[in-house]
Design a binder for this molecule. Sequence first.
Ligand SMILES: *Cc1c(COP(=O)(O)O)cnc(C)c1O
Length: 364
Amino acid sequence: MKIPFLKLEQMHAEIRNEILSAFEKIYDKNIFILGDSVTAFEREFAKYCNVAHCISCGNGLDALSIILQGYDIGEGDEIIVPSNTYIATSLAVSYVGAKVVLVEPDIKTFNIDVNKIEAAITSRTKAVIAVHLYGRPAETDKIKLLCEKYNLKLIEDAAQAHGAIYGGKKAGNLGDAAGFSFYPGKNLGALGDGGAILTNDDILAKKVQAIRNYGSTIKYYNEYKGVNSRLDEIQAGFLSIKLKYLDKWNFDRQKTAKLYLEGINNNKIILPYVDSVQESIWHVFPIRTEFRDDLQSYLKTNGIGTLIHYPVPIHLQKAYKDLGYKPGDFKVAEDISNTELSLPLWYGMNKNEINYIIDTLNKW
Ligand SMILES: *Cc1c(COP(=O)(O)O)cnc(C)c1O
């Protein structure tokens, strides 16, 4: 059997006609930037997350950097970021000229270790970016208390958490502002790049709406040194259709994850931790093993595609050599980089495929 790490075919076959007719409508209308489809999707996604404002933009990286710019964060400021996140989180900080301050994750949850945040706060700290890694919400209730104590903004990187729930609230509604990505492989993905900012902060909402469009609210009058980062009309049209199915697709992933959790039984493999406070939408199903590279090639030989999220932690990336870190400086992040392996998990996996993966893992 051959099972790729990610397969969008079934999802896209089921909505093919709807997508094509949305394309046709927008094509015939001949308005491609900041039209009715964008406004409609923004309204729908804000409602889905129960947040006052959704401002769409070009991608998830821009969503985060525009939030930072909207809060006037820049040179001289420090932003706390988990040491094991995808590099886009820290690139957003670097982009606005602020300093990336890495804090180790909890090895059990893979999310930022709340007990290690306070020690990293200085008089220059302006915000904490909590990443809901692999689709599992970070402990934003505790992080929020710290942020209130030190007057910091709590920004969610929700790029892997569309529809995830923490304490009854959706990701995107857990901090001051949230950045989402609609990269095609995310749980809610466009047919190209896309992103969005969610916030209940009326002032920030107005500002980021201008920043994503050259810093302008009235055409040719510019209030801020903004950027060009807009969601295309056609992508917004596609996303409105996909949003209707997001809960169904997430539920299907959760069912598959449950089968993995119940079925995988191999003492060389550590399964992801689950509890009742947070509802992961399993953007990724992360297992860990000391013999990760061996397991990855064994699975490959057996036709099963996997990925490592992520093979090189931020502090050891060439791009961040200016931070001056060396191996051993962020041991938890390094441990995850050395042991993590993500199993195939996509909408429409069938029982045979799931059982084959479980059996193959149990025979290893
Ligand atoms: C995908 C991702 C991003 C960036 O999103 P893009 O749309 O690819 O720019 C940021 N943070 C995390 C955690 C991501 O997974």
